[in-house]
Design a protein around this ligand. Structure first.
Ligand code: OGA
Ligand code: MN
Length: 301
């Protein structure tokens, strides 16, 4: 099935579904041509409706990647405090490559990549969490290394009404170190995982454009407000499991030049293992949520 949509001035872009419940692939689009006036409005509408977008065979430099990401909002900068005066922002790399080869499977850098393999939304531990992550495949593996997306919007829609009602009144507490502690206490102790105080977010994010509600949860969630710690943790684990059954999951097999974009308000994601001796590099730009994305509502509830 394939639909044709008007896209900017004299363009048509075809879309095909990625998965029955989530995502579309866009065909016939060069992301270097997308501007705030031409292309972005159509692309953003698809983002709001389908929660994930795939565009293959792109040739974006880091500067192109930044220009494109900026259309969605402010680019997230987790290392602002670490850079010295005059040092420029660099597009973050999700990578096991170092000048001396790939990182050892049990070193802290590899363990950090391993914590990406827990279902999460990005930056729920920051005062303004991420709206999207725009990943570009640079170096891909011979097998494995898929990035998986689960629609926490579709999952929420399928939850029984009494659970939906309960979730509308719940809040989760998030901290960066928690997702690292699930992998290694040594990793969790690193200062980079203690830059931000815990954040508390409602368990449901309502999309202000479509009105759709989604379960808002992450590997960073360590407690439920008002519940005893163990009970809260069990609820977090149970909800994460229910939202990530195969019915809601699209698994993306990377090829170089693939650009994958998802809505963090409505999608959980995770990496998957690959042969440890193979290099894998994605470039990643997160964009921070703003009031227009429903952030004020999340803070007010
Ligand atoms: C990320 C992430 C997963 C992967 O970049 O935020 O979770 O497949 N990546 O590398
Ligand atoms: Mn992530």
């Amino acid at each position: 099935m394939r639909s044709i949509r008007a896209f900017g001035a004299a363009r048509t872009v075809e879309t095909t579904p990625l998965h029955p419940r989530l995502g579309v692939e866009l065909h016939g689009l060069d992301l270097r041509d997308v501007t705030a006036k031409s292309g972005y409005p159509g692309l953003r509408a698809l983002f709001e409706t389908h929660s994930a977008l795939l565009i293959r065979n792109q040739t974006l430099t880091d500067a192109d990647h930044m220009a494109f990401a900026s259309l969605f909002g402010p680019i997230e900068d987790r290392k602002a405090d670490e850079r010295k005066e005059g040092e420029a922002f660099e597009v973050p790399r999700v990578s096991n490559e170092t000048p001396g080869g790939v990182t050892d499977a049990d070193d802290l850098h590899s363990l950090n990549l391993k914590s990406n393999m827990l279902w999460h939304a990005d930056s729920t531990f920051m005062p303004a969490p991420a709206l999207t992550n725009i990943l570009i495949a640079r170096v891909v593996t011979s097998e494995g290394g898929n990035t998986e997306l689960a629609s926490s919007r579709a999952a929420f829609a399928d939850f029984p009404e009494d659970l939906k009602a309960r979730l509308r009144g719940l809040r989760f507490r998030h901290h960066y170190s928690h997702s690292r502690a699930r992998i290694s206490p040594e990793l969790a102790a690193l200062p980079m995982f203690h830059k931000w105080p815990e954040q508390s977010w409602p368990a449901v994010w309502k999309n202000p454009v479509t009105g759709d509600e989604a379960l808002y949860i992450a590997s960073h969630a360590f407690a439920v407000e008002g519940l005893e710690e163990k009970e809260g943790q069990a609820l977090i684990d149970d909800l994460t499991e229910r939202a990530t059954v195969p019915d809601y999951v699209y698994s993306h097999r990377w090829a170089p030049g693939d650009v994958l974009i998802w809505d963090q308000r409505a999608v959980l994601h995770r990496g998957t293992p690959w042969p440890p001796d193979e290099p894998r590099t994605l470039t990643s730009l997160c964009v921070t949520t703003t009031e227009a994305d429903g952030l004020a509502d999340m803070r007010a509830r």
